[in-house]
Write a protein that binds this ligand. Structure first.
Ligand code: ASP
Length: 332
């Protein structure tokens, strides 16, 4: 190691030690901040407007004392079943070769997790991810292997793209030469559902499912099925999930970053904000780069943040059911 490198290394070590000495404040001390709510009892939050219907299904499980892991799966299955949804499930947009490839992951309060990516023609990727978690020794299966597993488990097959989507794809193919352009922000082709829940026992779980970036390259996988990027749960600390440009979210291990920031004392909103600021600092060109996070900490505090305005999430508690506009870094 050169002297300069050693000096930098030592400097980092000293900073680390200093950080260790700072007493982290409790997330609940920041509840008074705007955009943050502390909630008693079960909570479900999920990304975008389609979260309302997903939350309602998850609530059916939580209301009667069910487990968060069952609630999150049941919730996002509603979005996956919605054939009018062009960004989640079998109604989703295809890649540039005409294939609808689905990504999903799930994680529970014991840090058990399952994930599936590049899966075609199966209606509920989230339940395939759950089966991988429950029935195999693995975390992630992709492509043909994931499909084989899903078929062995008795999941139904569905022909994709569905006819309406196929027609849209054909039109797009004719009109679009610029295959490498970024998706438009806050557009329907960019609306993963990430859903996180706290149950009556105070346990946290999360689920995330998407058809990904419309007209992506064949084989592309975004953040959504990547544990730590699209979703992360640590039952001692909190849970977070992401939506937006997956490549940007993966680059900073987004959801894990949010949870780690909460571990170091940041409130859910501040943790989401710092993760967004990290994304911003790592990208010179922020054109169309939307990314947003939602988070719940162990105290039942909820927060969110996005790069641009336009991101919202759905919240369901014992007393409320609503859409909340996320705070953001900049206008577009
Ligand atoms: N994060 C997803 C992906 O990049 C897209 C989205 O959130 O809409 O695949």
């Amino acid at each position: 190691m050169s002297d300069q490198k050693r000096r930098n290394f030592l400097k980092l070590g000293l900073i680390g030690a200093a950080v260790g000495l700072v007493k982290p404040f409790k997330a609940s001390e920041l509840v008074a901040k705007s955009f943050e709510t502390k909630i008693d009892g079960p909570i479900v939050i999920s990304t975008w407007n389609h979260g309302l219907a997903a939350n309602a299904a998850a609530w059916e499980v939580l209301r009667v004392g069910g487990n968060a892991i069952d609630a999150v799966e049941k919730g996002v299955r509603v979005t996956e079943s919605d054939l009018t949804n062009r960004s989640v499930g079998i109604g989703g947009m295809p890649d540039r070769d005409g294939h609808v490839t689905l990504d999903a992951c799930i994680m529970d309060h014991e840090s058990r997790c399952g994930s599936v990516a590049f899966l075609e023609g199966i209606g509920h990727p989230i339940s395939v991810a759950r089966s991988i978690m429950d029935k195999t020794q693995h975390v992630m299966l992709v492509g043909a292997g994931a499909k084989k597993f899903a078929l062995e488990q008795g999941f139904d097959t569905i022909k994709t793209p569905i006819p309406e989507v196929k027609a849209e794809y054909k039109k797009w193919k004719k009109e679009n030469q610029d295959l490498f352009k970024k998706p438009e922000i806050n557009h329907e082709n960019h609306d993963t559902i990430g859903l996180i829940a706290m149950d009556k026992k105070g346990n946290l779980s999360g689920a995330c499912t998407t058809s990904g970036w419309a007209y992506k390259m064949h084989g592309r996988v975004g953040d959504s099925p990547i544990i730590g990027a699209g979703l992360f749960v640590d039952n001692e600390i909190g849970a977070a999930c992401a939506t937006g440009l997956g490549e940007a979210i993966v680059r900073i291990a987004g959801s894990h970053t949010v949870v780690e920031l909460m571990r170091h004392g940041y409130s859910p909103m501040d943790a989401c904000r710092l993760a967004v600021e990290r994304i911003i600092s790592k990208h010179k060109d922020l054109t169309n780069l939307q990314a947003g996070f939602i988070a719940i900490d162990k105290n039942g505090v909820v927060g969110s943040y996005s790069v641009y305005n336009g991101f919202n999430y759905a919240l369901k508690t014992d007393t409320e059911e609503k859409i909340v506009d996320a705070p953001f870094n900049r206008n577009w």
